[in-house]
Structure formats: C-alpha cells, structure tokens
Write a protein that binds this ligand. Structure first.
Ligand code: WTA
Length: 647
C-alpha cells in the first residue's frame, strides 16, 4: 500500500559518492524543520519565517510562513555589496554576433531605473504585468523589476501568436504589456509589437505598453498607450524593494493541461526562490567563476528558474543567447561554448538531436574542453542521444545531468546531483529524487507498484518549489493534481523505478504532447483549428519524431459550407498566424468523419492507433468511455473513411 514508508531510492547502489546525498535525503525526511530551515539560508530574508511549512490547508501548502524577502534584492542587490559588483551577470550574444556584457552593478542600475518607470506608470504591488519579449537583457530586467515592486509578471513565449497572447492577458488581468519592436530569429525579424497590437484588440485590461527598441523596424505606436522603454527609463538609482511575504505570488506561467485553455501556474517568492537556487547548486555544482549556459527560452519555466532566478541568486555568470542554436551555421552552439568557455551547459534533448544530425565534425572542430557538466531537460533523452552528448560533446569526461521536472514543480525534482555526490549514471534515467522529494509510482487505484513496473509518477509530500495554485482555477488545482491519486501530487507522467532505485520517465499519461520539448495540449491545438472557422471537428495526436520527440498530426472534418482551396495549407496558416508555429500541426488530414463515443467525444487514441497501425488485440485500453464492440466498430468505420490517407 501507498502508506508504507518509501524505501530510500538508492538501496542497491550504495556508492561512497552518494554520501552527502544520502544524509541530506534522510535529513529531509527525518528532520524537515532543520533541513528546510538550512536550505532557506541560501536567501537573505528581511524577516525569518515562523514555521517552515504550514500544511494545515492541504493541498495549499505554504512555505516559510510569515517570512519576508524580496527576490530582486536576492538576485541583484546583495551581490553588489560583495565582491561581485563588477562580475558579469550576463553575457548576451545574438545570432548576428552582437555581444553585450551586463555586470551585477549594471543590472542593479537597470532594474532600479525600470522599477521606477513602472511605478511612474501606476504599477504597484499585486498588479499583473505581461511580458512578451525576445531573449534580451531588458526581458530579465522587466522580470526583476516586477519582483522588486511586488507586481506579478506573466511571461508569454515570444513564439506564440496574438490569440494565445490575448488569452493569457485576459486570464491574468494584466494592466501593462512589456514588449519589443521585434526579435531576431534565423535571420528574420519577428514582429512582436505587431502581435501585441492585434492581441490588444481582444483584451480590455491593458492600460499601457512599453516597447524596447531592439531591432529597429517600423512599428505603430499608439499615443497615450504606448511608450518607448528608452523614453521612460531614467537614471533614478534606487527603488526600495517591497518586503514580500514568502507566499505572495511572484509570477504566473501558463502551461498546457488536458482540458480547455492553458492553466496559469502561480509560483510564490520564498519557497520558489529557495528551491530553484538549491536545486541548481545540488544538481550542477556551479563554482564562483564558472560560466553557466542554460540554452532554453525564458518564456518557459526552464528559463524562469535556471536562466533568471537561480543563477542570479547564486551570483553566477550566465550566457544569454538570442537566436537559434544552429543559425547561421550548424556549429553555432559549439562556437559559443568554445568562445565563451562555457563550463556547464544545460539544454533539451531535441536541441541535441537536431545538432547531432549535422555530424560529429562540427563539434569536433571546436575546443570544448572548458565543459565540465552537461545537462538536459524537458523530455526523455534516448540512450543514443545521451551517448553522443557524453562522448562527442563531453569527451567522455562530463557527467550527464538528466533533470526531470515540470512548470508546476518550480524546479528540478529528479536528477543526478553532482553537488552533493552522485552515483553511477544510466543513460536515459533521471536517476534519483532530490532531497525532499518523495516519489511513489502507483497504479490507477493509488497502490504502489513493484519496482520494474510502469505506473503513474506521484509525489507524496510537498516541497518548497511546488506551485501555490492555479490562477482563477482553484477547483482544477485540486482535481487535476491532488485527487487522481488521493492526497498525492499527480505529475501526469508514467515512470518506472528499476531494481536499483533509478527512475525512468516514460512520457505523459494524458493528452499533453511534448513537441521539441515544448508542452502543448492536444485540446489547445484542436481549439486553434476550430477557431479558424472552417473546421467542424478536429482530433489531434502526437506521432513519434526522430528529432522533435513528437510531431503534431491533426485529422479534421471541414464545415459543410467551408469553401477553400488547399484547406490543409489554409488551416496551417490560420493556426500559425493566430497561435504561432508551435501550435501548427505538421500534418493535417481532411476526412469525412471522426470516430466518436456515443456521448460525442472524439476518440483521439483510435485515430492515432489506426493511422499509425498500432491496433493490438486488446483494444479496451484505447477508450474508457466505450464498449469493446463500439471501439471495434469505430475502428472499422474509421479505417474505411480513411481510405488511402497516410499510405
Ligand atoms: C517532461 C519542463 C523525461 C515530462 C521543465 C513533464 C521530462 C513535462 C523530463 C513538463 C525528463 C521534463 N525526462 N521527461 N528529464 N523533464 N519532462 O512543464 O513529461 O514544460 O511532465 O516543464 O516534461 O514540461 P514543462
């Protein structure tokens, strides 16, 4: 049964190297007050907490109760009082080779100046700010300034289109949008301000827009609403940081789920700050003079936690790269590693697979000897990719840190931990839970499964990085995460714990796709297709893809009055224009009907199984709401309707 104590995860891999990990892991279970108190010292607090955890209102866990702090102070101010004043916080570089170095002192100046500008526009504690920007210093300045004055920011990935941006502005109730005239991507300019203008036609809450002059393209400025960043930012040198409660919200980040619109995951100040900083230290063990490159986009949780908050709290030097990792040349990434002497590199399996495709000569032409540790995030890494990363990039001397976590978990939860002693690695396994993380793999009824058996990954106890809740969706917070397996946090992932205690993540158990490491709900893509106005029904699923992990396939039934030439192309364009290329299916098949249950639910799994020829003898697992006969009939009918599609 689930309630029996979880045996420690490393029982049969007792390795001397695991010593500190084991003692920390034990301490978190046996003496949480001490463990969580100690790890919170990584931050400076204005006022110490009364209690590390209040779990009396489970599943609303509150960490470092009544503690007061400010994360912008922790990320910036305290370093300039020490010897890091002239240290580079960021080395920004873009695909054109433009380089900009911002020291901690420079960041302090910029954050204070921008905080004042926000205040002058009437933004204060608790107000919501939307940020839709390229990967530039001003994006980080905007996040830190919001944190400084206590405003709650919501970053929207700059690859999303106007509708997706408008949805997030509306749900968060943002009063202001911070953007740029555009961003650079593969030699093109992405017209961000234009997208903001379209999004604002669908929203009401926004009073002002701040625009960074970055690419220098022509844009439309609305008098009285739009302000150039450089016009409103002065040199005012100090804005007192707000004394935030540990459990005040810091940001809302929208992520995909199984139903409806994306969910706004809320993270707070104290627990989140403690968790991201400690997990970076534990897993990657960065040293004072290391150069850290988390090659993700700030628009996702990986960027929030490991480009912005954790490395700044630790006072590290980060590379901030705006552009594509294989542009203008296939060896762009290796060139940058070599040129900047990157010591720790953290990226996605998709990026590695894409670069691997170009062959070994590209990385071998560069001096990658500065690398000490290599990390991956966001999706399972297949052993072949793991080995290539290990041998060709790491020259068989850098451990691979395969980090498993989610937007909701705030930071890494299962991963090798170089900083506290790590045992053997197995390619494709994220190895062991970090101290404080108590995973249980269960069956549908919540019973713990045996080692080697596949089940749902759940987490029994809360940890400081766990989200505070969902914006406007309290009910869903409880039902999606804490009721599937009563009382445990439900990750939505399948996993196996092997006989040696290693965890293997096996992908999502729900209707969430991972396309190039990006998380997208099938329902969001279906909604995007329906919103084009010419689609009557849509069924979307993910098809295994060698580089991207999964690619999006859609089957649609057009409305009877839809009258368009090349409907598949028109649909792709429509979805791309409104939602961005992330949401655009690679394949769209137009069919006459889709298999449905009696209650009218589209049977996505059947579409997928028929299309990919994956029908096995046991069809009952394909659909829970229909009988086996109904499923068989649906399969037969769909096979006929399909005709030659996909052949
Ligand atoms: C998947 C990204 C296997 C998983 C930080 C999870 C992984 C989802 C790994 C969260 C990994 C993340 N191995 N799968 N190391 N890391 N995932 O919210 O399915 O964008 O539920 O957070 O990514 O995606 P999200």
């Amino acid at each position: 049964m689930v309630n029996e104590p979880n045996s420690l995860p490393f029982d049969s891999v007792m390795n001397p190297g695991l010593g500190k990990y084991i003692s920390l892991y034990n301490e978190a279970i046996e003496n949480p007050e001490k463990f969580y108190g100690d790890i919170a010292q990584i931050l400076d607090w204005y006022k110490r907490w009364d209690k590390v955890l209040d779990d009396s209102k489970s599943p609303y866990f509150r960490w470092y109760v009544n503690g007061k702090l400010n994360l912008s102070y922790n990320a910036v101010d305290r370093h300039i009082q020490e010897n890091r004043r002239n240290k580079a916080a960021y080395i920004y570089v873009n695909e054109k080779g433009v380089e900009k170095i911002v020291t901690y002192q420079g960041l302090f100046k910029r954050v204070n100046a921008f905080s004042q500008a926000l205040k002058d526009l009437g933004i204060g504690k608790g107000d919501r700010i939307a940020i839709y920007m390229p990967m530039i210093i001003e994006e980080i300045v905007a996040m830190l300034s919001a944190a400084r004055i206590g405003a709650v920011f919501t970053l929207v990935f700059s690859g999303f289109g106007a509708e997706a941006l408008a949805d997030r502005i509306n749900d968060s109730g943002a009063k202001i949008v911070i953007t740029a005239d555009g961003g650079f991507r593969r030699g093109k300019v992405i017209p961000l301000k234009k997208t903001v203008d379209s999004a604002l036609e669908m929203t009401k809450s926004v009073e002002s827009v701040i625009v960074v002059n970055h690419v220098g393209n022509e844009i439309n400025m609305v008098e009285g609403r739009d302000y150039w960043y450089h016009h409103i930012v002065g040199e005012k040198s100090y804005v007192e940081p707000e004394r935030m409660d540990s459990n005040d919200p810091l940001f809302i980040l929208y992520t995909s789920g199984t139903t409806g619109k994306p969910k706004g995951v809320i993270h707070g100040n104290g627990g989140y700050g403690v968790w991201v900083a400690n997990t970076l230290k534990w897993t990657f063990d960065p040293q004072e003079n290391d150069r850290w490159w988390c090659a993700a986009d700030i628009g996702w949780i990986t960027g929030h936690s490991y480009i912005v908050f954790a490395p700044l709290i630790l006072g590290l030097t980060s590379i901030l790269y705006e552009g594509s990792l294989d542009y203008p040349f296939p060896d762009q990434m290796w060139r940058l590693v070599s040129y900047y002497g990157v010591n720790i590199l953290y990226t996605s399996p998709t990026a590695i697979r894409a670069l691997m495709k170009y062959g070994d000569a590209y990385p071998r032409n560069h001096d990658l000897s500065s690398l000490k540790t290599l990390g991956t995030v966001g999706e399972p890494i297949n052993p072949k990719t793991w080995e290539w990363y290990y041998k060709v990039i790491g020259n068989s001397k850098c451990p691979i840190v395969d980090t498993y976590w989610q937007t909701e978990t705030g930071g890494i939860i299962i991963s090798p931990s170089i900083g506290i002693g790590y045992g053997p690695l197995k390619p494709g396994s994220a190895t062991f839970p970090l101290p404080g993380i108590d995973p249980v793999i269960t069956d549908d009824s919540g019973n713990k499964v045996d080692s080697g058996q596949k089940g749902y990954l759940t987490i029994r106890k809360p940890w400081p990085g766990l989200m505070l809740g969902l914006n406007n969706q309290d009910e869903k917070y409880r039902t999606s995460y804490f009721e599937k397996i009563k009382g445990f946090y439900f990750t939505g992932d399948y996993a196996i714990r092997d006989k040696d205690g290693f965890y293997w993540l096996l992908g999502r158990s729900d209707e969430v796709l991972k396309v190039s490491g990006h998380r997208i709900g099938t329902i969001e893509i279906e909604d995007a297709l329906l919103s084009t106005g010419i689609v009557a029904e849509a069924g979307v699923f993910g098809k295994p893809h060698q580089v991207k992990g999964e690619s999006i396939v859609a089957f649609v039934v057009l409305k009877s009055d839809a009258n368009v030439d090349s409907p598949a192309e028109a649909l792709k364009k429509g979805v791309r224009d409104n939602f961005g290329s992330l949401m655009t299916p690679d394949e769209i098949h137009i069919v006459k009907s889709l298999p449905k249950t009696r209650s009218g639910k589209i049977m996505r799994r059947i579409i997928k199984a028929v299309y990919l020829n994956q029908i096995s003898g046991d069809v009952s697992t394909l659909e829970s709401e229909a009988s086996v006969t109904e499923i068989r009939e649906a399969i037969e009918k769909f096979r006929k309707d399909l005709g030659g599609v996909g052949d």
